[in-house]
Design a protein around this ligand. Structure first.
Ligand SMILES: O=C(O)[C@H](O)[C@@H](O)[C@H](O)[C@H](O)COP(=O)(O)O
Length: 230
């Protein structure tokens, strides 16, 4: 099931979304003593990051990570790691623990096994914020990649996997569907009319391999909250 939260402006969306997330992280901390959240990269979430960084919650109890990252140096302007450090891990949120997906130079199976083992210390995530490309990819589960079935496998163990898209640059590291769908609070954050049209296309049939976002929007047991502004 999907709940649509539509806003007149991106700034209003960012403000309301940051309030909602801060409340849910605080509730998780009071419930179990800690909280974990995974953000998407790309251009959409920058305003949200800035709003959230100024929320005065107990960030020292929060682990922040990414749903995916490009396998580039963390100083590269295309690095989601860099995007998060420059825009979210500032102000109050600087006190959070950041779990980077780029912790080595070589992207090997052993690295991914070790990274998954480390991530298991904070899985399942309390909050996951997905983005979406025009092709219906989400995280780095790309329809064009040879790893799309692996990424969408609902029977897989929650894991971080390697994906090599053919329609986007860089090798990627991404949490798989099995890890992301376990989130207590699942969101899709998109802006602009073209993304709204992609969502309509995604809801028109159930072929998740063609549009991986479908696996999240059409999961019968998990509500996906769509936050959208023009
Ligand atoms: O690393 C990434 O690029 C993201 O995690 C990816 O899934 C992103 O959310 C979409 O591609 C939307 O990107 P925009 O916000 O730039 O449209």
């Amino acid at each position: 099931m999907n709940i649509n939260n539509t806003f007149r402006t991106r700034n209003m969306l960012d403000q309301k979304f940051a309030q909602r997330i801060a409340k849910q992280l605080t509730a998780a901390i009071s419930d179990k003593g800690y909280a974990s959240i995974a953000f998407s990269g790309g251009s959409t979430p920058k305003g949200l990051f800035k709003e959230l960084s100024n929320k005065n919650i107990d960030w020292s109890k929060v682990t922040i990570t990414l749903v995916d990252d490009r396998w580039v140096d963390t100083q590269n302007t295309d690095s989601n790691d860099r995007l998060l450090k420059e825009n979210l891990l500032q102000n109050y949120a600087a006190n959070a623990t950041f779990f980077s997906l780029k912790q080595a130079d070589a992207l090997t199976e052993q690295y991914l096994t070790n990274l998954t083992d480390q991530a298991n210390s904070f899985l399942p995530l309390d909050v996951v914020i997905l983005g979406m490309g025009e092709d219906g990819h989400t995280a780095s589960i790309f329809p064009c990649s040879a790893q799309v079935h692996q990424g969408l496998d609902e029977n897989a163990d929650p894991a971080l996997i390697k994906v090599v898209p053919t329609t986007a640059p860089y090798e990627r590291v991404t949490f798989n569907y099995a890890a992301l769908i376990q989130a207590s609070h699942l969101y899709l954050h998109v802006v602009g009319q073209s993304k709204q049209d992609v969502i309509s296309q995604a809801l028109a049939n159930d072929d998740a391999v063609a549009m991986p976002i479908r696996a999240f929007l059409q999961n019968e047991d998990k509500t996906c909250n769509i936050f959208w502004a023009e």
